[in-house]
Design a protein around this ligand. Structure first.
Ligand code: PEP
Ligand code: MN
Length: 349
Protein backbone atom coordinates (compact mmCIF):
# COMPACT_ATOMS: atom_id res chain seq x y z
CA UNK A 1 0.00 0.00 0.00
CA UNK A 2 1.25 3.48 -0.89
CA UNK A 3 -0.10 6.61 0.81
CA UNK A 4 0.33 9.90 -1.07
CA UNK A 5 0.05 12.98 1.13
CA UNK A 6 -1.42 16.32 0.06
CA UNK A 7 0.95 19.17 -0.89
CA UNK A 8 2.05 21.02 2.22
CA UNK A 9 1.69 18.02 4.54
CA UNK A 10 3.47 18.73 7.83
CA UNK A 11 5.80 16.52 9.88
CA UNK A 12 2.84 15.98 12.29
CA UNK A 13 0.70 14.78 9.37
CA UNK A 14 3.43 12.34 8.35
CA UNK A 15 3.75 11.12 11.94
CA UNK A 16 0.02 10.42 12.18
CA UNK A 17 0.13 8.30 9.01
CA UNK A 18 3.16 6.42 10.35
CA UNK A 19 1.39 5.80 13.67
CA UNK A 20 -1.74 4.49 11.99
CA UNK A 21 0.29 2.08 9.88
CA UNK A 22 2.29 0.84 12.86
CA UNK A 23 -0.95 0.22 14.82
CA UNK A 24 -1.97 -2.19 12.07
CA UNK A 25 1.34 -4.05 11.84
CA UNK A 26 2.96 -2.18 8.94
CA UNK A 27 6.40 -0.66 8.87
CA UNK A 28 6.16 2.84 7.30
CA UNK A 29 8.79 4.01 4.82
CA UNK A 30 8.67 7.77 4.15
CA UNK A 31 10.01 9.36 0.94
CA UNK A 32 10.21 13.15 1.01
CA UNK A 33 10.28 14.42 -2.59
CA UNK A 34 10.71 18.03 -3.69
CA UNK A 35 6.91 18.47 -3.76
CA UNK A 36 5.32 15.27 -2.54
CA UNK A 37 5.58 13.07 0.48
CA UNK A 38 4.87 9.40 -0.10
CA UNK A 39 4.57 6.78 2.63
CA UNK A 40 4.92 3.13 1.69
CA UNK A 41 3.44 0.50 3.98
CA UNK A 42 5.84 -2.43 4.22
CA UNK A 43 4.77 -5.74 5.70
CA UNK A 44 2.13 -8.41 5.30
CA UNK A 45 -0.59 -7.94 7.91
CA UNK A 46 -3.82 -9.97 7.56
CA UNK A 47 -6.44 -9.14 4.94
CA UNK A 48 -8.85 -7.84 7.61
CA UNK A 49 -6.17 -5.46 8.93
CA UNK A 50 -5.68 -4.20 5.38
CA UNK A 51 -9.40 -3.63 4.90
CA UNK A 52 -9.57 -1.79 8.19
CA UNK A 53 -6.59 0.50 7.78
CA UNK A 54 -7.19 1.81 4.24
CA UNK A 55 -10.41 3.79 4.97
CA UNK A 56 -8.90 5.07 8.23
CA UNK A 57 -5.92 6.42 6.30
CA UNK A 58 -8.12 7.89 3.58
CA UNK A 59 -10.08 9.72 6.30
CA UNK A 60 -6.98 11.60 7.48
CA UNK A 61 -7.05 15.25 6.39
CA UNK A 62 -3.52 15.23 4.95
CA UNK A 63 -3.96 12.10 2.82
CA UNK A 64 -4.43 12.68 -0.92
CA UNK A 65 -4.90 9.03 -1.89
CA UNK A 66 -4.23 5.47 -0.88
CA UNK A 67 -2.99 3.17 -3.65
CA UNK A 68 -2.91 -0.60 -3.60
CA UNK A 69 0.14 -1.78 -5.48
CA UNK A 70 -0.33 -5.40 -6.36
CA UNK A 71 3.20 -5.95 -7.66
CA UNK A 72 5.80 -7.57 -5.46
CA UNK A 73 7.97 -4.52 -5.97
CA UNK A 74 6.29 -1.38 -4.69
CA UNK A 75 8.78 1.30 -3.69
CA UNK A 76 10.73 0.69 -6.89
CA UNK A 77 7.63 0.89 -9.10
CA UNK A 78 6.65 3.91 -11.12
CA UNK A 79 3.13 3.51 -9.72
CA UNK A 80 4.40 4.52 -6.30
CA UNK A 81 6.47 7.42 -7.65
CA UNK A 82 5.42 8.66 -11.11
CA UNK A 83 8.23 11.23 -11.54
CA UNK A 84 11.81 10.18 -12.36
CA UNK A 85 14.07 9.96 -9.31
CA UNK A 86 17.41 11.73 -9.23
CA UNK A 87 19.90 11.99 -6.40
CA UNK A 88 23.40 13.23 -5.69
CA UNK A 89 26.43 11.12 -4.90
CA UNK A 90 29.59 12.18 -3.10
CA UNK A 91 28.18 15.12 -1.13
CA UNK A 92 29.06 13.60 2.27
CA UNK A 93 32.71 13.18 1.27
CA UNK A 94 33.02 16.66 -0.20
CA UNK A 95 33.26 15.47 -3.83
CA UNK A 96 32.88 18.06 -6.61
CA UNK A 97 33.61 20.83 -4.08
CA UNK A 98 30.77 19.58 -1.90
CA UNK A 99 28.15 19.80 -4.66
CA UNK A 100 28.26 16.06 -5.44
CA UNK A 101 27.30 14.54 -8.78
CA UNK A 102 23.70 14.05 -9.85
CA UNK A 103 22.48 10.68 -11.08
CA UNK A 104 19.23 10.65 -13.07
CA UNK A 105 19.24 14.35 -13.98
CA UNK A 106 19.54 16.07 -17.37
CA UNK A 107 23.32 15.55 -17.43
CA UNK A 108 24.40 12.03 -18.36
CA UNK A 109 26.77 10.74 -15.71
CA UNK A 110 29.88 9.00 -17.06
CA UNK A 111 31.72 6.83 -14.54
CA UNK A 112 35.14 5.67 -15.70
CA UNK A 113 38.29 4.06 -14.38
CA UNK A 114 40.08 0.76 -14.18
CA UNK A 115 38.37 -2.57 -13.64
CA UNK A 116 40.63 -3.04 -10.59
CA UNK A 117 42.70 -0.67 -8.51
CA UNK A 118 46.26 -1.93 -9.07
CA UNK A 119 48.33 0.76 -7.36
CA UNK A 120 48.62 4.49 -6.65
CA UNK A 121 50.35 5.47 -9.88
CA UNK A 122 47.88 3.53 -12.09
CA UNK A 123 44.82 4.88 -10.27
CA UNK A 124 45.96 8.52 -10.11
CA UNK A 125 46.99 8.60 -13.78
CA UNK A 126 43.65 7.09 -14.84
CA UNK A 127 41.62 9.32 -12.51
CA UNK A 128 43.22 12.51 -13.80
CA UNK A 129 42.84 11.46 -17.45
CA UNK A 130 39.17 10.46 -17.22
CA UNK A 131 38.38 13.55 -15.17
CA UNK A 132 39.97 15.76 -17.79
CA UNK A 133 37.98 13.98 -20.52
CA UNK A 134 34.71 14.78 -18.70
CA UNK A 135 33.94 11.71 -16.56
CA UNK A 136 32.39 12.76 -13.25
CA UNK A 137 32.63 9.55 -11.16
CA UNK A 138 35.72 7.35 -10.72
CA UNK A 139 35.27 3.56 -10.83
CA UNK A 140 37.74 1.01 -9.49
CA UNK A 141 37.39 -2.44 -7.95
CA UNK A 142 39.11 -3.12 -4.62
CA UNK A 143 37.29 -6.37 -3.83
CA UNK A 144 36.98 -8.27 -7.12
CA UNK A 145 34.59 -11.12 -7.95
CA UNK A 146 36.91 -13.05 -10.31
CA UNK A 147 35.63 -16.05 -12.22
CA UNK A 148 38.83 -17.98 -11.40
CA UNK A 149 40.25 -18.12 -7.86
CA UNK A 150 43.75 -17.94 -9.38
CA UNK A 151 43.16 -14.49 -10.96
CA UNK A 152 44.07 -11.20 -9.23
CA UNK A 153 41.49 -10.75 -6.44
CA UNK A 154 41.90 -7.00 -5.83
CA UNK A 155 43.81 -4.86 -3.31
CA UNK A 156 41.04 -4.86 -0.67
CA UNK A 157 41.28 -2.15 2.00
CA UNK A 158 44.43 -0.64 0.45
CA UNK A 159 42.48 -0.26 -2.81
CA UNK A 160 39.68 1.55 -0.97
CA UNK A 161 42.21 3.92 0.63
CA UNK A 162 43.70 4.69 -2.79
CA UNK A 163 40.21 5.42 -4.17
CA UNK A 164 39.60 7.89 -1.33
CA UNK A 165 42.98 9.49 -2.13
CA UNK A 166 42.00 9.78 -5.80
CA UNK A 167 38.74 11.47 -4.76
CA UNK A 168 40.67 13.99 -2.69
CA UNK A 169 43.01 14.68 -5.63
CA UNK A 170 40.36 15.03 -8.37
CA UNK A 171 37.09 15.83 -6.58
CA UNK A 172 35.44 12.84 -8.27
CA UNK A 173 33.11 10.66 -6.17
CA UNK A 174 34.15 7.00 -6.26
CA UNK A 175 32.20 3.81 -6.93
CA UNK A 176 33.47 0.38 -5.90
CA UNK A 177 32.08 -3.10 -5.38
CA UNK A 178 31.14 -4.61 -2.03
CA UNK A 179 30.78 -8.40 -2.07
CA UNK A 180 29.91 -9.38 1.50
CA UNK A 181 27.57 -7.97 4.17
CA UNK A 182 30.42 -7.87 6.71
CA UNK A 183 32.39 -5.40 4.58
CA UNK A 184 29.57 -2.92 3.85
CA UNK A 185 30.57 -0.65 6.74
CA UNK A 186 34.24 -0.59 5.65
CA UNK A 187 33.38 0.14 2.01
CA UNK A 188 30.90 2.87 3.07
CA UNK A 189 33.70 4.59 4.98
CA UNK A 190 35.69 5.06 1.76
CA UNK A 191 33.27 5.01 -1.19
CA UNK A 192 30.51 7.30 -2.44
CA UNK A 193 28.55 4.61 -4.30
CA UNK A 194 28.38 0.90 -3.47
CA UNK A 195 28.38 -1.40 -6.47
CA UNK A 196 26.48 -4.66 -6.11
CA UNK A 197 28.02 -6.90 -8.75
CA UNK A 198 26.10 -9.06 -11.19
CA UNK A 199 27.04 -12.22 -9.30
CA UNK A 200 25.50 -10.82 -6.12
CA UNK A 201 22.24 -9.39 -7.47
CA UNK A 202 20.32 -12.02 -5.55
CA UNK A 203 22.50 -12.12 -2.44
CA UNK A 204 19.61 -11.05 -0.23
CA UNK A 205 21.67 -10.70 2.96
CA UNK A 206 23.93 -8.26 1.12
CA UNK A 207 20.93 -6.37 -0.33
CA UNK A 208 19.42 -6.05 3.17
CA UNK A 209 22.73 -4.78 4.55
CA UNK A 210 23.16 -2.06 1.89
CA UNK A 211 19.48 -1.20 2.45
CA UNK A 212 20.37 -0.32 6.03
CA UNK A 213 23.11 2.16 5.11
CA UNK A 214 22.64 5.53 3.43
CA UNK A 215 25.35 5.34 0.79
CA UNK A 216 23.86 5.25 -2.74
CA UNK A 217 23.88 1.86 -4.47
CA UNK A 218 24.34 0.73 -8.07
CA UNK A 219 22.63 -2.64 -8.53
CA UNK A 220 23.99 -4.60 -11.47
CA UNK A 221 21.75 -7.03 -13.31
CA UNK A 222 22.45 -10.69 -12.61
CA UNK A 223 24.07 -12.69 -15.41
CA UNK A 224 20.82 -14.55 -16.05
CA UNK A 225 18.29 -12.36 -14.25
CA UNK A 226 15.00 -11.21 -15.75
CA UNK A 227 14.05 -7.54 -15.47
CA UNK A 228 11.37 -8.51 -12.95
CA UNK A 229 13.84 -10.35 -10.70
CA UNK A 230 16.12 -7.32 -10.89
CA UNK A 231 13.30 -4.96 -9.86
CA UNK A 232 12.50 -7.20 -6.89
CA UNK A 233 16.18 -7.27 -5.86
CA UNK A 234 16.16 -3.43 -5.83
CA UNK A 235 13.01 -3.53 -3.68
CA UNK A 236 15.04 -5.22 -0.90
CA UNK A 237 17.31 -2.15 -0.75
CA UNK A 238 14.51 0.41 -0.79
CA UNK A 239 12.48 -1.59 1.73
CA UNK A 240 15.44 -1.24 4.11
CA UNK A 241 15.18 2.55 3.82
CA UNK A 242 17.93 3.30 1.29
CA UNK A 243 16.13 5.06 -1.57
CA UNK A 244 19.21 6.08 -3.57
CA UNK A 245 19.47 3.14 -5.92
CA UNK A 246 20.38 3.02 -9.61
CA UNK A 247 20.19 0.01 -11.90
CA UNK A 248 23.08 -1.08 -14.13
CA UNK A 249 22.62 -3.27 -17.21
CA UNK A 250 25.89 -5.15 -17.80
CA UNK A 251 24.94 -7.84 -20.28
CA UNK A 252 23.19 -11.16 -19.86
CA UNK A 253 24.12 -14.71 -20.76
CA UNK A 254 22.79 -15.88 -24.12
CA UNK A 255 23.90 -18.49 -26.68
CA UNK A 256 25.88 -15.86 -28.66
CA UNK A 257 29.65 -16.41 -28.33
CA UNK A 258 30.91 -13.39 -30.33
CA UNK A 259 30.56 -11.18 -27.27
CA UNK A 260 31.26 -12.19 -23.65
CA UNK A 261 27.66 -11.27 -22.71
CA UNK A 262 24.71 -9.87 -24.68
CA UNK A 263 24.14 -6.23 -23.72
CA UNK A 264 20.37 -5.89 -23.35
CA UNK A 265 19.69 -2.24 -24.21
CA UNK A 266 15.95 -2.89 -24.22
CA UNK A 267 16.34 -3.05 -20.44
CA UNK A 268 16.56 0.77 -20.52
CA UNK A 269 12.99 1.43 -21.72
CA UNK A 270 11.78 -1.61 -19.74
CA UNK A 271 13.21 -0.23 -16.48
CA UNK A 272 12.06 3.31 -17.30
CA UNK A 273 8.50 2.04 -17.73
CA UNK A 274 8.45 -0.12 -14.61
CA UNK A 275 10.46 2.11 -12.27
CA UNK A 276 11.32 5.70 -11.40
CA UNK A 277 14.96 4.88 -10.58
CA UNK A 278 17.90 5.79 -12.87
CA UNK A 279 19.63 3.22 -15.10
CA UNK A 280 23.30 3.08 -16.12
CA UNK A 281 24.83 0.99 -18.93
CA UNK A 282 28.12 -0.92 -18.63
CA UNK A 283 29.30 -1.55 -22.21
CA UNK A 284 32.64 -2.92 -20.95
CA UNK A 285 31.35 -5.99 -19.06
CA UNK A 286 28.35 -6.01 -21.44
CA UNK A 287 30.39 -6.88 -24.53
CA UNK A 288 33.78 -7.97 -23.17
CA UNK A 289 35.25 -6.31 -26.27
CA UNK A 290 37.13 -3.00 -26.47
CA UNK A 291 36.17 -2.53 -30.15
CA UNK A 292 32.47 -2.51 -29.26
CA UNK A 293 32.50 -0.21 -26.23
CA UNK A 294 32.13 3.07 -28.18
CA UNK A 295 29.22 1.89 -30.37
CA UNK A 296 27.28 0.50 -27.42
CA UNK A 297 27.95 3.64 -25.33
CA UNK A 298 26.45 5.79 -28.08
CA UNK A 299 23.45 3.49 -28.40
CA UNK A 300 22.95 3.57 -24.62
CA UNK A 301 22.82 7.37 -24.53
CA UNK A 302 20.47 7.39 -27.54
CA UNK A 303 18.00 4.98 -25.92
CA UNK A 304 17.64 6.97 -22.70
CA UNK A 305 20.23 5.62 -20.25
CA UNK A 306 21.07 8.03 -17.41
CA UNK A 307 24.74 7.16 -17.42
CA UNK A 308 27.60 4.92 -18.45
CA UNK A 309 30.25 3.03 -16.52
CA UNK A 310 33.32 2.38 -18.65
CA UNK A 311 36.61 0.59 -17.97
CA UNK A 312 39.64 2.77 -18.76
CA UNK A 313 43.33 2.10 -18.09
CA UNK A 314 46.51 3.89 -19.27
CA UNK A 315 47.84 0.47 -20.40
CA UNK A 316 44.82 -1.72 -21.04
CA UNK A 317 46.71 -5.00 -20.80
CA UNK A 318 45.45 -4.58 -17.21
CA UNK A 319 45.48 -7.14 -14.41
CA UNK A 320 41.75 -7.66 -14.95
CA UNK A 321 39.43 -7.26 -17.95
CA UNK A 322 42.12 -5.72 -20.23
CA UNK A 323 40.43 -7.01 -23.40
CA UNK A 324 37.40 -4.77 -22.78
CA UNK A 325 39.26 -1.72 -21.45
CA UNK A 326 39.77 1.55 -23.37
CA UNK A 327 43.00 3.49 -23.14
CA UNK A 328 42.78 7.13 -22.05
CA UNK A 329 42.97 8.49 -25.63
CA UNK A 330 40.15 6.23 -26.84
CA UNK A 331 38.07 7.29 -23.84
CA UNK A 332 38.61 11.02 -24.50
CA UNK A 333 37.56 10.51 -28.13
CA UNK A 334 34.42 8.65 -27.03
CA UNK A 335 33.46 11.50 -24.69
CA UNK A 336 33.68 13.93 -27.61
CA UNK A 337 31.60 11.63 -29.84
CA UNK A 338 28.89 11.22 -27.18
CA UNK A 339 28.16 14.95 -26.86
CA UNK A 340 25.97 15.39 -29.99
CA UNK A 341 24.08 12.20 -29.19
CA UNK A 342 23.28 13.41 -25.69
CA UNK A 343 22.14 16.71 -27.14
CA UNK A 344 19.90 14.97 -29.69
CA UNK A 345 17.98 13.26 -26.88
CA UNK A 346 17.66 16.41 -24.79
CA UNK A 347 20.51 15.67 -22.36
CA UNK A 348 23.96 17.08 -21.69
CA UNK A 349 27.22 15.31 -21.01
C1 PEP B 1 33.16 -4.92 -12.82
O1 PEP B 1 32.48 -3.88 -12.87
O2 PEP B 1 34.40 -4.95 -12.99
C2 PEP B 1 32.42 -6.19 -12.59
C3 PEP B 1 33.04 -7.25 -12.08
O3 PEP B 1 31.14 -6.13 -12.93
P1 PEP B 1 29.99 -7.28 -13.03
O4 PEP B 1 29.55 -7.54 -11.63
O5 PEP B 1 28.95 -6.63 -13.87
O6 PEP B 1 30.62 -8.48 -13.69
MN1 MN C 1 35.65 -5.50 -14.92
Amino acid sequence: MIIILKHGATEDDIASVEEKLQEHGYQPNVTRGVEDVIVAAIGTPSLSEKEMVAPQLQALEAVEKVLFVSKSYKLVSRESHPADTSFKVGVANGAANGAGVEIGGAKICVMAGPCSVEGREQLMTTAKAVNQAGATVLRGGAYKPRTSPYDFQGMGLEGLQLLAEARAATGMPVITEVMTPGLVEQVCEHADVLQIGARNMQNYDLLREVGRCRTPVMLKRGLSATVEEWLKAAEYILAGGNNNVMFCERGIRTYEPSTRFTLDLSAVPAIKKASHLPIIIDPSQGTGRRDMVAAMSKAAVACGADGLIIEVHPHPEALSDGQQTLDTTQFAQLMRDLKPIAQAVGRTL
